[in-house]
Ligand binder design. Structure first.
Ligand code: MAN
Length: 585
């Protein structure tokens, strides 16, 4: 079989309905090279032909297939190569009628090519330039009808029976493979949908879990506060128990000792004062007697000065007065403390622990008895009051946790609060990941959710390559050595491919393909971070078909997967002669 690039690119239509139509039109006698779907343009009632793309241009019907190109769209030469030069990619074969004003290479052909009926096989269109070029193009025209003129003596026998038989065999295999691939795709879609539903359920359950943990934290916090409060009171109480061992006890004893000390000092000062008063009285009596008894006629200057001084002293009003009442008060203060006078210390000693507890409790719960607006104001006032009480040792200092930290009850309450906090954080993270996953792009219809993290491998050249869907691509030297990351999955896009399809069907073919982009892989020495473009085409199983490195560290992987079979943008199935694929979906 002869294969040429331009022939390989020939349009191949393989629609069973076309075959049926062909039989009918054969009876009605279409001009050579006209496919059944264009037959209507070649029916004439007045022996004139209207060019298909510009029907106003009419030529005598006898000029159809006369090997001269008359119509700008080449439609008057469906069975010759006369108009083949009209396509920009064809060989220049000027078959213009003398005087024609057609401009070669600027027109678009109305017909897809020369129609080969290929009886016993699949009808097909071959490029016009391959008509009567002296080469049998059996891969498109198995009936040899493209070489009807016998150019260069070439005669192309009809091989459609054999080719058709072989093709049918292969086609059956392909169809079965295609059906299996489509079945697999359905299974993948089912699995992807199931996982998505599962994820949605997980998110709903996750939200409820988060709410539960949030409530549990509030309860755990409240419980901790309550336990701490109880424990603080218990510590105050236990501190206050026993003879002056606690803070209040110490204060009590200090106050008692201090009072006794002050009382002692007061009594001493009182005694000194009484002694002084007695001495002053004695002195005043002596001076008073001197004044009464001295001889004024005796000129003694010293005595006269002393008498004069006493008279001045006596004349001055004294501010140093001390009333009897004051004296009584002082006597009263000086009495020993007891149930009758002063402070009854015994009474405090007996009730200090309960008092401390109830005072503290009252302080803690006071706000709850007040109307709402007053609570804020009281809160700050209470803080100041509390601080004063703490400074004076009446209330325990909340900031001192040493004792509280030793409390098993507090420890347990804190652990419970911390456990709840950790559970909440875990649940929140899990929920966040699940929500992100739900909105993540998993390709057409989210089908790649079913293949997530699934890996496939292949040996190419010096390396073993692996592709993990939605995850990463890697490369490992076959001779030994570590794995190199060729990129992590980032996003989907599409790409139009125009490749020859190998006979086994393991290739990209022609059409729009789904592409998975893997980026930011291991950095390439003197180059970019490695990246991989994974181009996908339909295949029953997930397999790497080909790997190439178009630029340094920029890789291209051609991969088969059932996930893209029958994908909307795909023209591959049509190319393979399986136009019915979409109908099966
Ligand atoms: C390794 C492989 C190659 C790459 C070079 C670049 O050998 O990753 O694919 O081209 O590094 O240095």
């Amino acid at each position: 079989m002869l294969l040429r690039p331009e022939v390989l690119g020939a349009l191949l239509y393989a629609v069973s309905s076309v075959e049926a139509a062909d039989a009918k039109s054969a009876e009605s006698g279409r001009p050579r090279g006209v496919g059944p779907e264009f037959a209507k343009f070649y029916k004439t009632s007045d022996n004139f032909f209207s060019c298909i793309s510009n029907p106003s241009q009419r030529i005598p019907f006898s000029q159809v297939n006369d090997d001269y190109c008359d119509c700008p769209d080449g439609s008057d030469e469906p069975g010759t190569a006369a108009c083949s030069y009209l396509t920009p990619y064809s060989y220049p074969q000027p078959h213009l009628r003398p005087g024609s004003n057609l401009t070669p290479e600027n027109e678009t052909l109305a017909l897809p090519g020369f129609y080969c009926k290929n009886k016993g096989h699949v009808p097909a269109y071959i490029r016009f330039e391959n008509v009567n070029d002296g080469v049998c193009d059996y891969d498109v025209c198995c009936d040899g009808s493209d070489e009807y003129a016998g150019v260069g003596g070439v005669k192309c026998e009809d091989r459609c029976a054999a080719i058709g038989k072989e093709w049918k065999k292969q086609e059956e295999v392909r169809q079965k493979a295609q059906q299996r691939a489509l079945k697999k795709r359905k299974e993948l879609q089912f699995e992807a949908d199931r996982r998505r539903t599962e994820l949605k359920d997980k998110i709903e359950a996750g939200k409820i879990r988060v709410q539960g943990f949030e409530r549990r934290i509030v309860e755990a916090e409240e419980n901790l506060k309550e336990v701490e409060r109880r424990e603080k009171l218990r510590l105050v109480k236990s501190d206050a128990q026993g003879k002056g061992r606690g803070r209040l006890g110490v204060l009590l004893n200090l106050a008692k000792d201090r009072t006794a000390e002050l009382r002692g000092a007061l009594m001493k000062v009182k005694k000194q004062r009484e002694d002084m008063v007695a001495r002053v009285s004695e002195l005043e009596a002596l001076l008073s007697e001197l004044k009464e008894t001295y001889n004024p006629n005796f000129n003694d200057a010293g005595v006269k000065k002393a008498v004069q001084g006493w008279e001045d002293y006596a004349a001055r009003e004294s501010t140093d007065t001390w009333t009897d009442a004051e004296d009584r008060d002082l006597t009263e203060i000086a009495k020993e403390d007891g149930s009758e006078s002063g402070v009854n210390w015994a009474e405090f000693e007996g009730s200090e622990s309960e008092q401390a507890a109830s005072d503290a409790a009252a302080i803690y719960s006071l706000t709850s008895y007040l109307p709402g607006p007053l609570q804020n104001w009281l809160g700050s006032t209470m803080s100041s009051l509390r601080q004063i009480l703490i400074d004076n040792g009446v209330l325990p200092d909340n900031t001192i946790h040493a004792n509280l930290d030793d409390s098993a009850a507090v420890k347990e309450a804190r652990k419970s609060r911390d456990d709840s906090q950790r559970d909440l954080t875990d649940a929140q993270n899990e929920l966040k990941h699940a929500e992100e996953d739900l909105t993540k792009d998993y390709g057409p219809n989210g089908i790649f959710r079913a293949l997530k993290d699934q890996c496939t491998e292949g040996d190419f050249g010096e390396y073993k390559y692996s592709l993990c869907f939605m995850q990463k691509t890697t490369q490992q030297p076959k001779k030994g050595g570590g794995q190199t990351n060729m990129g992590s999955f980032t996003s989907f896009e599409t790409e139009f491919t125009d490749d020859d399809l190998p006979s086994g069907g393991k290739g990209l073919g022609r059409g729009e393909r789904v592409v998975m982009k893997y980026e930011n892989g291991q950095h390439c020495w003197n180059g970019p971070a490695r990246s991989t473009r994974v181009i996908l085409a339909c295949s029953e199983n997930e397999e790497i078909w080909r790997v190439s490195e178009s630029e340094k560290c920029v890789y291209r992987m051609e991969v088969g997967t059932a996930a893209v079979c029958g994908w909307e943008g795909s023209a591959r199935e049509a190319e393979k002669g399986q136009a019915s694929v979409k109908d099966e979906l």
